[in-house]
Ligand binder design. Structure first.
Ligand code: ADP
Ligand code: GLC
Length: 484
């Protein structure tokens, strides 16, 4: 069976966050359940540079203001990609969403409506004979797809919420330019308090909804986390599943990772110790073998709670810890961390920017990885931490709470702890979480046991792929019942 995924990012072609990791890895895991996946993404310059063996399979004479083609090609790892080549919309350098002034491109509504429209046409017309059985959209950029299906009763649709903080909202005045049906501008269509919301369309019109952890699926149904969509998601709770993300273990594996100097395995952690020294050198930290070394690899935004780490930093420094942070985002947070590196030389190392190779060096070399998010639909870096024996210290929310076994007394006695899960999510919580981790670090037998647990904790896609398979089958099943 064939599934068409629609998304704005996909590893290894274009990535700003975990969405790209998921879209680039899930298709391979689904293949084991009999699903052939193709991923439709915009043909940004980075995508056209990396796509191999691209051939045009469909053309539009006018797709929201210009000519466009759908190209079929593959990534170096063999993922089949459909790239929407529409130069008037996507032939722009840099970040997929933001212009050079750091603001959203003013025509983002056209750019991502075009993606949905092209996906719907491809699925229905089957221009190259690839029969789509199901359409799976990811996040708001894919939300309008069900609206553009000429015959919505024919193709089952699944929609995944990776982050409800991005609702894809535009003024109602954009609707005619997007050829949206006026009769669906209602509370159970694409209308959101008088505006157009791409996400809303995905949530109201898709047959099945998923999000990226069971806890976030519950949180989304509460006013505090639902960001205005909680009522709708309570209404649709019977169709909503929370499925944890996994890790692409061909990329994240300390035994084979080409981006770290010393490979290692659970049976011998010598390489990890040497990577620790590399990390300290790369980040300008003192070559202290005893200091408790925590890393962070993150977007610097309010969601990620890293202002809380700034609040906890003086106490952690007084304890003798080290912190290595790689991140980019909010200029005020970037400036504050750069200042902290000056204030605590040799103990706080900061690299502002997006740097895939350095992220591997940090995650392989550190003792712990901190994820203090205020909300976190799933999160991926805590999984990388587990995979590399780098103990996750995470806020008790969303997928973080679902993926780490807190080192509480019962878990320690049972010998199953894999990390620290802290609350409340404030500067005191971060400080106490890291202090709890540092105290365990000082107790080598306990710490070594946790590291072994972490290294052996399954983080691949197998279990989650089986759950997506079940959701897909249930979406197909509804159609079978409808048809009878
Ligand atoms: P989100 O998608 O909300 O940013 P995730 O934890 O799901 O959070 O995914 C983030 C992804 O982006 C991970 O693969 C992480 O390693 C990567 N990442 C985040 N910031 C950086 C950075 N500055 N440099 C390199 N990789 C980064
Ligand atoms: C979003 C979420 C993150 C999740 C990722 C992939 O970016 O913020 O928690 O891991 O999507 O699903």
């Amino acid at each position: 069976m064939n599934v068409l995924m629609i998304a704005s990012e996909c590893v290894p072609l274009i990535k700003t966050g975990g969405l790209a990791d998921v879209v680039g890895a899930l298709p391979f895991a689904l293949a084991r359940h009999g699903w052939n996946a193709r991923v439709l993404v915009p043909c940004y310059p980075a995508v056209s540079d990396a796509l191999r063996e691209a051939v045009a399979v469909h053309a539009f004479s006018d797709l929201f203001g210009g000519e466009a083609r759908i190209l079929l090609g593959r990534t170096p790892s063999g993922l089949e990609v459909l790239a929407l080549d529409a130069p008037h919309l996507y032939d722009r350098p840099g970040n997929p969403y933001l212009g050079p002034n750091g603001r959203d491109w003013p025509d983002n509504h056209l750019r991502f409506a075009a993606l949905c429209f092209a996906g719907a046409r491809y699925a229905e017309l089957q221009p190259d004979g690839w029969a789509v059985d199901l359409v799976h959209g990811h996040d708001w950029q894919a939300g309008l797809t069900p609206l553009y299906l000429a015959d919505p009763a024919r193709l089952p649709t699944v929609f995944t919420i990776h982050n409800i903080a991005f609702p894809g909202i535009f003024p109602a005045s954009v609707a005619p330019a997007l050829a949206l049906p006026p009769e669906a501008f209602t509370a159970d269509g694409y209308e959101y308090y008088g505006q157009v919301s791409f996400l809303k369309a995905g949530l109201t019109l898709s047959d099945r909804l998923t999000t990226v952890s069971p806890t976030y699926a519950l949180e989304l149904q509460t006013p505090g986390f639902g960001m205005g969509f909680d009522g709708l998601l309570r209404y649709r709770s019977g169709d909503l599943s929370g499925i944890l993300n996994g890790v692409d273990e061909t990329i994240w594996n300390p035994g084979t990772d080409p981006l770290i100097a010393h490979s290692y395995a659970p049976s011998s952690l010598d390489g990890k110790r040497r990577n620790r020294g590399d990390l300290q050198r790369a980040m300008g930290l003192d070559p202290d073998p005893e200091a408790f070394l925590t890393c962070v690899v993150s977007r610097l935004t309010d969601q990620k709670g890293l202002d809380l780490l700034l609040g906890a930093l003086p106490d952690l420094m007084a304890d003798g810890g080290q912190v290595a942070l790689l991140g980019t985002g909010d200029p005020s947070l970037e400036a504050a961390f750069s200042t902290a590196a000056v204030q605590f030389p040799g103990r706080v190392g900061v690299r502002i920017g997006y740097d895939e190779p350095l992220s591997h060096v940090l995650i392989a070399g550190a003792d712990a990885i901190l994820v203090p998010s205020r909300f976190e639909p799933c999160g991926l870096t805590q999984f990388y931490g587990l995979r590399y024996g780098t103990i996750p210290v995470v806020a008790r929310t969303g997928g973080l709470a679902d993926s780490i076994i807190d080192a509480n007394q019962a878990a320690l006695e049972a010998g199953v702890a894999t990390g620290i899960v802290f609350s409340p999510i404030d500067a005191g919580g971060v400080r106490d979480g890291l202090r709890r981790a540092a105290a365990l670090f000082a107790d080598k037998p306990i710490w070594n046991r946790m590291v072994q647990n972490a290294l052996r904790h399954p983080v691949g896609w197998e279990r989650s792929a089986a759950q997506y398979d079940a959701v897909y089958r249930s979406a197909l099943g509804i159609r079978a019942i409808d048809a009878s």
